[in-house]
Ligand binder design. Structure first.
Ligand SMILES: [Zn+2]
Length: 162
């Protein structure tokens, strides 16, 4: 069973969980996420998202796993549940509480998450990441033009003969 719903006043109580995706070949690579669905399904979705990002080499929204999937292969990654949390939600789009729990784990564990999901001050654009096809790094979307003029990226461009 993946979730429960209990109605109490007008709030919804859903069972969510924080999970960890890790690489079997390198214990230093782990990614923390959270979901109200089954974790196995969540891993499949990550793999689909990776495929999509390969087809559309542009904006990758909060997509931290791609360079690692690319390096080790998607089949070398496994998912485990870290903890279940009963979360109070105003509607099905409300991830605030679950993201707060996720942020606790991100702060606690060494992981590759690029951005903490729970940051009430950040605007959407602050969370958007861009995957540079030249030097294969993730940079802030709004910094993408400036990034392509950095020494690191220009050097990669030179080496790739782009
Ligand atoms: Zn670059």
């Amino acid at each position: 069973m993946c979730f429960i719903i209990v109605y109490k006043s007008k709030m919804l109580y859903h069972l969510g969980c924080v999970y960890k995706i890790f690489c079997e070949d390198d214990e230093n690579i782990s990614y923390i996420g959270s979901t109200f669905n089954c974790i196995e399904q969540r891993l499949e979705n990550h793999k689909k998202q990776y495929q999509l990002s390969l087809e559309d080499n542009n904006i990758t929204y909060k997509y931290a796993l791609r360079p690692y999937f690319e390096k080790y292969g998607v089949d070398r990654f496994k998912i485990v549940k870290l903890k279940d949390y009963v979360c109070c939600r105003s509607d099905k789009y409300d991830f605030k509480q679950l993201h707060a729990y996720e942020a606790l784990w991100i702060n606690k564990l060494k992981c590759i998450n690029v951005l903490t999901p729970f940051n009430p001050l950040s605007k959407l654009t602050a969370k958007m990441l861009w995957y540079c096809p030249i030097c294969k790094t993730l940079v802030q979307y709004k910094e993408r033009n400036r990034h392509q003029k950095t020494k690191k990226c220009l050097k990669a461009k030179e080496q790739n003969g782009v």
